[in-house]
Design a protein around this ligand. Structure first.
Ligand code: BG6
Length: 487
């Protein structure tokens, strides 16, 4: 057999965004509030180890009553709602083959449980898809990217309630039907595992409303509802859209043992299993046996309804997608220096790796390890739908922006991706996170920038919103033009 040399000719190069981090226009054209609209900017002095924040029921009511002075950057984003034509033209100039975006559920169903969809919301995304089509850019659409309609949170406590499955599948059916001629790549839930780290972010759940239950109990029950919803959406997509491909999406936390002590090996393996549980269910269509023990030992009871197991079994995903920013390390051997990261609890510093300005441990080879692991575990097509470096950028007097650190990060990751392809991994594509600067998920900062395209706006939302190209723009453009040959 022939050795595989590099990326496939139809490799999907592009960039990834989420509605709540770019669109703004949070209350325009009939959009309802979403959970993301209630997440404030967190100044650095107030950040803990885990930067992703769970807002509380009381906080939400205070915000709605106008009792806080907080700034909510996800309400203004970077104005993509009004600038999508200009921004997509820049993506086209980069040579994008694919653009990952999410539909903000609350634009389509402002309260989540409405009987009829909001036509203005449907039209907006249709216009975006038409614009992408002009340039032959394939949309890759996330149905739910930390954007549960707030009304579902207040009325049903989000995904903790089983009723939300029906609202979600109705939403999925609506958008599949409407966009079937435009969109053939779909993701059901962004980083579905994040619900166990932040039930509010991942599931629109207010855990303070369920004081008698542990956060894990709540999260795994809600995750079950999302698994069923994801399988039902996969079924619907297959029925409604010809040639469709549906993927799940995991925040991959590749975990290493710090030492070769067998206890460390086991601890890392357990950590990996808890992470891969979410892709196991989606790819294999059933709960893995190792979770039975975890649930029993942690007093977690997942209530399933009759028929749920069949739904999961009958509708596995077509491909596996994931975000990859860093690896993490764990140990049982004494106290070690901790590391930071938006989802990393209990992780310790890896002495061989450097960190970003936000303490994320940069590990390009870990991406190859991850891809090989996924391939061996599932033997399904893979898609890297998020990867990138959040960094401070400086605009020079002449307006240029030199970001060699970003180029360096991306180059090294793409190199490892190429190695993984040579290892035999079936890789569909790569969408760099935040091709245009956007509002950070975990800290709601604007100053944590990922883009090839700079946006003139600060953390409070001041600025001209003018777009300009960083050095990385031309670099990535050439990467795409040479299909990853020139890095
Ligand atoms: C992922 C999310 O966790 O990481 C994105 O899917 C997010 O929404 C990205 O923006 C980077 O995280 P952050 O906190 O730097 O924006």
């Amino acid at each position: 057999t022939k050795a595989i040399e590099g990326f496939k000719p139809d490799f999907l190069w592009g960039g990834a965004t989420a509605a709540n981090q770019v669109e703004g226009a949070f209350d325009e054209d009939g959009k309802g509030l979403s959970t993301a609209d209630m997440v404030p900017f967190i100044p650095k002095s107030k950040r803990g180890m885990n930067m992703a924040m769970d807002v509380t029921a009381d906080y939400i009511e205070d915000v709605l009553a106008g009792k806080t002075e907080d700034v909510f950057p996800k309400r203004f984003g970077v104005n993509f709602y009004h600038t999508y034509k200009e921004d997509i033209a820049l993506f086209a100039e980069l040579g994008f083959k694919v653009f990952r975006l999410s539909i903000n559920w609350s634009r389509i169903f402002p309260n989540g449980d409405d009987a009829q969809p909001n036509e203005a919301g449907l039209e907006f995304y249709e216009n975006v898809f038409k614009e992408l089509k002009k340039y032959n850019i394939e949309p890759l659409v996330t149905l739910s990217h930390y954007e549960t309609p707030l009304a579902l949170t207040r009325k049903y406590n989000g995904w903790y309630s089983r009723e939300v499955i029906d609202f979600y599948t109705n939403y999925a059916k609506t958008v599949f039907t409407r966009y079937k001629d435009y969109v053939k790549y779909w993701l059901t839930f962004n980083e579905i595992n994040v619900i166990t780290h932040s039930p509010y972010t991942g599931g629109g759940i207010l855990i303070d409303k369920l004081p008698e239950k542990t956060s894990d109990q709540i999260a795994y029950q809600a995750a079950h509802h999302q698994f069923v919803a994801s399988a039902l959406a996969t079924k619907l997509a297959h029925e409604i859209i010809p040639d469709v491909q549906v993927g799940c999406m995991l925040a991959r936390m590749q975990t290493y043992p710090v030492t070769n002590h067998p206890d460390d090996i086991l601890k890392a393996q357990e950590h990996n299993d808890l992470n891969l549980f979410f892709t196991d269910v989606h790819a294999k269509g059933e709960y893995p046996a190792y979770m039975d023990r975890y649930f029993a030992e942690n007093n977690i009871v997942v209530n399933k309804e009759e028929g749920d197991d069949e739904i999961l079994k009958n509708h596995p995903v077509d491909f596996i997608s994931f975000s990859y920013y860093m690896s993490i390390s764990v140990t049982t051997q004494g106290n070690q220096e901790k590391t930071e990261g938006n989802l990393v609890e209990g992780a310790v510093k890896n002495q061989y790796l450097e960190s970003s300005d936000w303490g994320w441990q940069i590990d390009p080879k870990g991406l190859r390890v991850t891809l090989r692991d996924f391939h061996n575990r599932y033997n399904k097509p893979l898609f890297v739908v998020e990867n990138g470096l959040g960094a401070y950028d400086k605009v020079e007097e002449d307006g240029s922006i030199h970001d060699p650190y970003r180029i360096d990060y991306l180059r090294k990751h793409i190199e490892q991706m190429k190695e993984a392809v040579k290892d035999g991994v079936d890789l569909m594509g790569y969408t760099a996170w935040g091709p245009i600067d956007l509002v950070s998920f975990s800290t709601s900062e604007m100053s944590k920038r990922y883009g090839f395209i700079y946006v003139d706006q600060d953390d409070e939302g001041n600025g001209t919103l003018k777009r300009s190209k960083k050095d990385s723009f031309n670099w990535y453009k050439n990467v795409i033009a040479t299909n990853g040959e020139e890095l």
